[in-house]
Design a protein. Sequence first.
Length: 298
Amino acid sequence: MKFLIFTNLISSLFLLVNCERRIFGGSITTHGEFPYQVIVLLKNQQVCTGTIIDENWVITAAHCVMDGRRMASPSDVSVKAGFVRRALGPGHLMRAIDLAVHSDYRTLTGKQGLALIKVEEPFQFNEKIKKISLSDEPWPHSEGRMCTIAGYGSTENNTINELRFLQVKAFHGKNMCPCITHNVQLEKLICLAPRRGQGACFGDSGGGLICEGKVEGIINVIMDKRTCKYFAVDRYTDCSSKHVYSTCMYVCPVLNWIRKYVPSVPPTPESCNKCNRGASSVIVLLICLYIVVNGYLL
């Protein structure tokens, strides 16, 4: 029985990568609107979206570069930049030479679901191919922000279709993500409000959540707020349902990890280190308590 449950979970994870859905209710882009978005391919098959953050690096979701439960070989991963749709040109295909997946990534929950792809040659930036900055600003204290997502979809026969974009309302903080109650998790996530007929789906994983011209998050997994399941149980999950919403990895708290590979990225500001500050406060409190107790006993 346990084996069957485990098998179903793994199958659901594979569906997360291979589902051939795309952004629902979005609009078709033109050249130059989102020049930092790329298609991520695994073994020459389109699996995800990625975002150019440096002349050598693309950021995406961790499951986009996983081959089963293991990280794929860099030789099996490639990205296609400068592609909007076939009528506007084939884009530029580049092979990966290095991959990095966050050490705390968990396949069954999507925890810390971030990955970096280093391409074999630097991107040649032009009007069709550009980079975008990662935000190092703390999330504003508001009920929600209007942001933009953009991603690639595929047709039923798995051919590359087009880049589409959608305006979304994004939330971050306590009680802002259905099903997620732990503050430590919430500090690392941004959730997109579900709307009937509109939303991101599996093929859009790895794309950037763009707020005020910078990347605030990376689309990671979708959840059904009725069941609180992270992954679809079959390939026909309705990503446009009003009950289904997307979660994004909040990049501000993990900038220091990204900087290990991409030095041009800004460091994590103290304002995005709430977890670390909380842990430090506990340590200080324990030390003070120890001193007081020992002083009293002496």
